[in-house]
Ligand binder design. Structure first.
Ligand code: NI
Length: 400
């Protein structure tokens, strides 16, 4: 770790107003997944003006920017750009101007903050001890833009040695950072099940193969995944969120459909789950003479931080907000496609506290009143800039 450089703090202060202005502009102009055209153009224009080499239309609406300093290693930072299909309920001046679309997760802050990082690093280019690559990624909320960007080659040429990124985090007050080694966010997978029985009269169940009873047993059985079949020290959540079957109170239907989500941190456990679900559902269906069909969809993998990279960010974060304000135990069963980048190169994704009840910023992410305290933005900018410089200054050869 190099000694803390007070110049960085003053460079960050100098971009503070610009970052807030950009964030409000983006908030007023939210764009959904793979339609981040205005957002991407704004980022590209600004990056070029700051002297970065810019590539646009990466994985459709993504933007990649490179700044070459003097050193063998390359570090990447990632910001996601997309908004959500939510109607914003607010009267503030920078509220969404697009009906039914809203930055309700803080990705406007991610883009604006990263443009602040771009400006600070451009000012400090002469002393930069390696190459920095900024990845502005589309479609995090779904269907996912990280994997298409990797497939488009963003981690190559120059080859990325480490990657970092942050998420605005309203569970934490502004001034608090969440940085932990290992799993931070979960793998979020989906199952869709149809139980196929044989319908009939509610008064003569013995003439039917009741799919409702089979579904009830299957759904209860799935809860025993966490209580009986998986190591109790291993986090897992199974939630059935949709069930549909039958038309009349006195008729046993032919089929019942239900769908749910399974969240896990451990990649090995995740791989075993489709077969475990199949066993429970199949056993329940067979007990009632019914058949079943299952579709199991794997979405984003768990977001797992490299211990060394997490330690580096923790050290940097302690220098920015004080060690007492760095939480190293935060975890959530939400999902994130930053996971794909972290499966390719070591890195660390962390949470930037942005709640402030006194200012009225306390709504949860993805709610129609979500907003955050912009005082968090310069903290995020400073942490990322210092992380970049600490990584590039650390001894050790390039990874490849
Ligand atoms: Ni998000």
């Amino acid at each position: 770790m190099p000694p803390r450089d007070p110049e960085i703090s003053s460079d960050v202060s100098a971009v503070r107003k610009t970052v807030v202005d950009i964030r409000r502009d983006l908030h007023a102009h939210p764009e959904m997944a793979f339609r981040e055209v205005r957002t991407a153009a704004l980022a590209a224009r600004r990056l070029r003006a700051l002297g970065w080499e810019v590539t646009e239309e990466v994985a459709r609406t993504g933007v990649v920017a490179v700044l070459r300093g003097n050193g063998p290693r390359t570090v990447a930072l990632r910001a996601d750009m997309d908004a959500l299909p939510i109607q914003e309920i607010d009267r503030k001046s920078y509220r969404s101007g697009t009906a039914g679309v809203m930055h309700a997760c803080g990705h406007d802050g991610h883009v604006a903050g990263m443009l602040g990082v771009a400006e600070v690093l451009a000012r400090r280019k002469k002393s930069l001890r390696g190459t920095v690559k900024l990845l502005f990624q589309p479609a995090e909320e779904s269907p996912g833009g990280a994997l298409p960007m990797i497939q488009a080659g963003v981690l190559k040429n120059p080859d990325v040695d480490a990657i970092f990124g942050l998420h605005m985090w309203n569970d934490f007050p502004v001034g608090r950072l969440g940085v932990r080694p290992g799993p931070l966010l979960a793998a979020a997978d989906q199952f869709d099940i149809t139980i196929i029985g044989r319908g009939g009269h509610g008064a003569a169940p013995h003439q039917t193969r009741d799919p409702i009873m089979a579904a009830v047993h299957a759904i209860q059985g799935l809860q025993s995944l966490s209580s009986r079949m998986v190591d109790p020290l291993q986090p897992i959540v199974v939630s059935v969120g949709r069930i549909r079957g039958g038309e009349a109170f006195n008729v046993i239907p032919d089929r019942v459909e239900f769908s749910g989500t399974i969240r896990t941190f451990d990649p090995k456990l995740r791989k075993k789950l489709p077969q475990m679900v199949r066993t429970i559902v199949g056993g329940s269906a067979r007990a009632f003479g019914a058949e079943f069909e299952m579709k199991y969809t794997m979405y984003y993998p768990a977001t797992i931080n490299d211990p060394g990279m997490a330690a580096l960010v923790q050290q940097v974060a302690a220098g920015v907000v004080g060690a007492a304000n760095v939480d190293d135990r935060v975890q959530t069963l939400g999902g994130e496609d930053m996971s794909y980048f972290l499966n390719e190169v070591p890195g660390c994704f962390f949470f930037l506290g942005c709640r402030n009840e006194k200012k009225g910023f306390a709504s949860p992410h993805h709610s129609n009143t979500f907003d955050f305290d912009e005082a968090a933005l310069p903290i995020g900018v400073e942490t990322l800039v210092r992380t970049v410089e600490a990584f590039l200054a650390a001894p050790g050869p390039a990874r490849r």
